[in-house]
Design a protein. Structure first.
Length: 73
């Protein structure tokens, strides 16, 4: 889950907001990224990997998904 965006490091480029597949991150009127919907984060790390200043921290914990049922074909 995304846990922090360091506003000191954030340059407001918006790359994180554009790469997030679930619209978890937004850029405010001051040009800084913020976590709009933390509960929607799917821990894909795209924002963290693409941030040019290393301003984003995604916690390595990922919720376990329910085990899938075996194919019953």
């Amino acid at each position: 889950m995304i846990t922090k965006i360091d506003s000191e490091k954030c340059i407001g480029c918006g790359i994180c907001a554009r790469t997030c597949p679930l619209d978890t991150i937004r850029v405010n009127e001051n040009g800084k990224a913020f976590i709009a919907y933390p509960e929607d984060c799917m821990t894909c790390y795209l924002c963290e990997m693409n941030c040019p200043n290393g301003a984003i921290y995604v916690h390595p914990f990922k919720e376990l998904l329910p085990r899938s049922l075996p194919n019953c074909y």
